[in-house]
Design a protein. Structure first.
Length: 297
């Protein structure tokens, strides 16, 4: 029988993965508010993607989890995590359930493990640019959907099955490795990208040319913090990312500011500053960006 995958937050990332998994034959239950759940029950999920094709697939949807799933994909933003978790009662999440949070930052792992102490909470990251343009309508803008699932052995069977399903649906999936390294390797790239594009209000192309010295300083600081926290990422690797991604690429934080939505500044920039303080790493340029974006000057 196909594994049941609950997707908490079927937005840009969650909606894309829900659509891919449902098309691959997995039973998918999307958890969302009344309006979104109703739209998904009626029309399913539609994905527009050069990499995965254009398709519509039916999914189940509800406002709260009503049975124990094999996997819970947590794909809400950090700003909505506390309220969203009310849709997943701890009584329905047991030793056989794998929780895969695809959130920005690093501090959500403790929150999930405290709320669901019996579950396998797996440190995970995703590289993708995907946007929900309407309930159940997803625009996937990158030629890749790449996941890293950091899990100590033995690997839970539900996680193995999830990885196989995602690979079969066209995603790149790597399983294994150190959790802290996985999360901080991503944050070391994401934090400079999000902070700089949002601060200057430009896509990455202008950041890497007009504001290059500022960019290099922030990358140097953030990667130093990340390595102190357990990452393997190098400063050169992050600079290469900035120099090779499409010049029109924007961060999700920048898009949130443009749309007057709450941002994940604290989960991204705040997490870097707190780790810098713990590890004694000076980060004056990064602190200045976070303070300005917080509205302190």
């Amino acid at each position: 029988m196909a594994a049941t995958v609950a997707v908490l937050g079927p937005g840009g990332v969650g909606g894309l993965l829900a659509g891919l998994l449902a098309r691959a034959g997995r039973r998918v239950v999307c958890l969302a508010g009344d309006d979104t759940a109703g739209a998904l029950r009626k029309d399913g999920i539609t994905v527009h993607s050069a990499a995965h094709g254009d398709f519509t697939t039916p999914v189940e949807a509800d406002t709260v989890l009503r049975e124990t799933p094999d996997v819970v994909l947590v794909t809400v933003k950090q700003t909505a995590l506390a309220s969203a978790l009310e849709r997943v009662p701890p009584a329905l999440v047991g030793p056989g359930t794998v929780i895969v949070p695809l959130l920005n930052g690093v501090e959500h792992m403790d929150v999930l493990r405290e709320r669901y102490p019996d579950a396998h909470v797996v440190g995970a990251t995703i590289r993708v640019e995907s946007t929900r343009t309407a309930p159940g309508v997803i625009e996937h803008g990158t030629p890749f959907t790449a996941l890293r699932l950091a899990c100590a052995t033995p690997e839970p069977a539900a996680l193995t099955q999830l990885a196989e399903s995602l690979r079969g649906a066209g995603a790149e999936v790597v399983v294994g490795g150190d959790e802290k390294a996985a999360l901080w390797d991503k944050l070391a790239v994401l934090a400079p990208f999000a902070l700089l594009t949002t601060y200057f209000g430009t896509p990455v192309g202008e950041v890497r040319t007009t504001h290059r010295q500022r960019m290099l300083g922030v990358i140097e600081e953030v990667t130093a913090v990340a390595r102190a926290a357990g990452a393997t990422v190098t400063t050169d690797a992050v600079v290469t990312f900035f120099d090779t991604v499409p010049e029109t690429m924007k961060s999700s934080m920048q898009r949130d500011v443009e749309a007057a939505r709450a941002t994940e500044l604290d989960a991204i920039g705040g997490a870097v500053l707190r780790a810098a303080e713990r590890h004694g790493v000076p980060v004056p340029d990064t602190t200045a960006l976070v303070d300005r974006l917080r509205g302190h000057g």
